[in-house]
Ligand binder design. Structure first.
Ligand code: 1CP
Length: 341
């Protein structure tokens, strides 16, 4: 198996910078569209053969150094008694929303058999892949926002109303979601994933004060439980104000968005392994401008103990597969020894 990605997760610098992309399987890719025209998104996630095929598309087409399981962060909510739907061009809908302490009783503990398709997909992939497979989950806080808002949100009014009017019950909700997340990640690890990434997409809506109270303790619990299993990556965008808290987390890799200077992040994260951080929309620009920025991130990323190239968020639907492929080739061919000549 190609080991550059896992080496970098463990703080060892491989001969070239490994690269993969968040949302590397998706609608920007004609091969994905071809399957997506036949099946809705949830059917694709729930059919192991299809989920495995789609997971492998970017490996075959782009030659990236890691695969990420084709699924969604909201999948475990279905196994907790909620209804999850993905409505075209509108995003996810979770029902019924849980907005008060008295509504917590709707939630059931995670029923693993209900999401057996995830573990079956992992098993198929382990037979087929020659690169490491990344499993994932949302953080309990990010999951809570979808469950409380009933889907995506711009202002998170319901989430904040819940937190600040019933903080004790919000903690109860976080306990439930933390247990489910731990169980879900451990089961993916048991099935054989080589690393896991926690997506904390919405933690950046909290003040540092409230991140410390409502988010960090639950992440710490999960991280502790997973310690000495597989490498753990923590992705949290929009969080420059939270760095002092985030750096306390004992994860293997911090995944950064493009709003931070990766050189500064090296210093702020005590030179620990970093992942990131190209603005995904740079990829819509002219090729020389794209490669200029890729090169800068590669060079600046050398400050860290090890660096995994990624985007600062998911691949945008308007991205050209050719440009992504050129970025991967450029990264694989880039030789640091030649930079100072
Ligand atoms: O219509 C389609 O074809 C579905 C589009 C799609 C895809 C391809 C959704 C709907 N999810 C996914 C896959 C997905 N989602 C993966 C697969 C692996 C890969 O990266 O290739 C992963 C890891 C996710 C994770 C995910 N889902 C996150 C965390 C990462 C991030 O983007 O911040 C979030 C927030 C979601 C929720 C979600 N799923 C899909 C949509 C439209 C949304 C809503 C996003 C929002 O609230 O703005």
């Amino acid at each position: 198996m190609r080991d550059a990605f896992l080496k970098a997760c463990k703080g060892v610098r491989p001969p070239y910078t490994p690269v993969w992309f968040m949302r590397q399987a998706g609608r920007y890719m004609p091969e994905y569209q071809k399957i997506r025209q036949k099946y809705d998104f949830l059917t694709m996630c729930k059919t192991p053969e299809i989920a495995a095929e789609v997971t492998m598309q970017p490996i075959k087409i782009l030659d990236v150094d890691a695969a990420i399981l084709f699924s969604d962060i909201l999948i475990p909510l279905e196994a907790m008694g909620l209804k999850v739907e993905f409505i075209n061009d509108k995003g996810p809908e979770v029902s019924p929303p849980v907005r008060t302490g008295s509504e917590l009783k709707i939630l059931r503990p995670l029923e693993l058999p209900a999401i057996d398709f995830v573990f079956k997909t992992i098993k198929i992939l382990l037979k087929e892949l020659d690169v490491p497979l990344i499993g994932f989950s949302a953080s309990p806080f990010t999951l809570a926002t979808y469950l409380i808002e009933g889907g995506s949100s711009k202002d998170f009014i319901n989430t904040k109303r819940f937190i600040f009017s019933e903080p004790e019950n919000f903690h109860n909700l976080m306990e439930i979601l933390t247990d489910a997340t731990m169980q879900y990640l451990l089961e993916q690890i048991k099935a054989g994933v080589h690393a896991v990434q926690i997506f904390d997409t919405w933690a950046g809506i909290l003040s540092p004060y409230d991140y410390a109270i409502f988010c960090k303790p639950y992440l710490k619990k999960i991280i502790e439980k997973l310690s000495s299993t597989v490498p753990l990556i923590y992705f949290c965008p929009n969080t420059s104000g939270l760095i002092n808290h985030i750096k306390d987390l004992e994860v293997d890799v911090f995944s950064l968005d493009w709003r931070v200077d990766i050189k500064e992040a090296c210093l702020n994260f005590d030179y620990r392994p970093l992942q990131g951080n190209l603005d995904p929309l740079v990829l819509l620009g002219r090729e020389d401008e794209v490669l200029k920025r890729v090169k800068t991130i590669l060079i600046d990323g050398r400050c860290a103990k090890s660096h995994i190239f990624n985007l600062g968020h998911g691949v945008n639907i308007n991205t050209s597969v050719d440009v992504l492929k050129k970025v991967v080739d450029f990264i694989h061919e880039f030789r640091f020894e030649e930079v100072n000549r």
